[in-house]
Design a protein around this ligand. Structure first.
Ligand code: KG4
Ligand code: ZN
Length: 351
């Protein structure tokens, strides 16, 4: 990958949920990626508590900034621009990052870009594998979103092809984990438990794959039926006084989610004549998703890119990656009064 020392140095700030992320990027080169997580503080509530997340960001943001500068071997004065997640996410949490970014922009006299968290999850792969080919089909799978996207050469043009009709893929992982008594967030636990289980032990439903559904919803997902099926299956075992084979349930449920995600990804590529795909978002860290997507894309002649797991879950580098792309394309910074938008759709630009 070519990295020019004349490429701008961009700071990325991510505070949309429970990770305080600060990244520094030059061109496509990752210089620093510091993350402080408040996940442990939310665990006993079984989900992210917005007020706790906001306070944790406030405490973590300055130390994370200092660590990022130290690990990149630079000072704030070396920065050429700042990118910050402006949505979607928890408003109180977003405000911490956005206020910090705006203050730095004014103090340093450099532009600030308010960016879309979802677009960042797709563009982050450029830090590892260079510019995204045009066009690329993106599978975005996080805790709050699941969609198939047609991504043009410039991330400002993202067209949704399909999305979840109910739960996001990460939400499905988290809810099933909860049913199985596993800690929050459940995705990584299901991934771990599944390694010990049999993925074909239980035939859990594949949402929207019945007759008629494929035509009506070719690129959409539905995971709420799966969650209900798992709940019923577990209840039936408990009622019968039998032990719940947690590893088999985890493996079978993971298989159902991953089967649907990867088959729709390949179908979207075929339908749109696209030979490049990228997977982003926290669920892209899932080992079975990575393996099955690789297998199916190879078989279909699709070149698949997935960033390392540490870049899939929320982080500041992904925000910096999108900011870097914008600044190198000559896009002017956002006006200083740009807002935080909790329900920002994937197609909306902020800058
Ligand atoms: O993108 P992300 O870090 O935050 C959001 O923007 O939502 O995604 C978090 C989601 C959670 O639901 C979490 O359980 C899931 O990603 N996740 C995983 C794995 N690692 C994180 N799901 C399945 N397998 C994993 N290894
Ligand atoms: Zn995310």
């Amino acid at each position: 990958m070519t990295v020019s020392t004349s490429d701008p140095v961009i700071l990325g700030i991510e505070t949309s949920c429970d990770e305080t992320g600060v990244g520094i990027v030059r061109g496509h080169a990752l210089l620093a990626n510091e993350i402080a997580s408040s996940v442990a503080e939310h665990a006993r509530f079984g989900g992210v508590v917005p007020e706790i997340a906001s306070r944790a960001h406030l405490e973590a943001i300055e130390p994370a900034l200092s660590r990022a500068c130290a690990s990149a071997g630079m000072s704030l004065r070396d920065l050429d621009g700042i990118a910050v997640t402006a949505g979607p996410g928890l408003v109180g949490a977003l405000i911490v990052g956005v206020s910090t970014a705006k203050a730095l922009s004014v103090a340093l006299g450099i532009p600030v870009y308010g960016v879309n968290h979802l677009a960042s999850h797709v563009v982050v792969d450029e830090l590892q594998h260079g510019p995204l080919p045009d066009p690329t089909i993106g599978l975005l799978v996080s805790g709050g979103h699941s969609s198939l996207l047609l991504v043009a050469d410039d991330a400002s043009r993202i067209s949704p092809l399909g999305q979840t009709l109910d739960d996001a893929a990460g939400e499905a992982f988290d809810k099933v984990a909860r049913l199985l008594g596993l800690p929050f967030p459940g995705g990584p636990w299901i991934d771990r438990m599944a390694a010990e289980g049999d993925p074909s032990a239980i035939a859990f439903p594949r949402g929207l794959t019945g007759p008629g559904d494929r035509e009506r919803y070719p690129f959409d997902f539905s995971f709420s039926g799966l969650k209900t099926a798992v709940a019923r299956w577990v209840q039936a075992r408990e009622k019968a006084g039998e032990p719940v084979p947690v590893a088999d349930v985890a493996a079978s449920c993971q298989e159902a989610i991953v089967d649907v995600l990867t088959s729709r990804l390949v179908a979207a590529c075929a339908a749109h004549g696209v030979h490049h795909a990228v997977i982003g978002g926290g669920v892209a860290a899932n080992s079975r998703l990575r393996a099955m997507a690789r297998e199916r894309c190879d078989a279909a002649g699709i070149e698949l890119r997935i960033p390392d797991p540490g870049l899939c879950t929320d982080n500041g580098a992904m925000v910096a990656a999108l900011g870097s792309r914008l600044m190198r394309s000559g896009v002017p910074g956002s006006p200083l009064d740009f807002a935080t938008t909790s329900n920002l759709p994937v197609t909306r630009r902020v800058w």
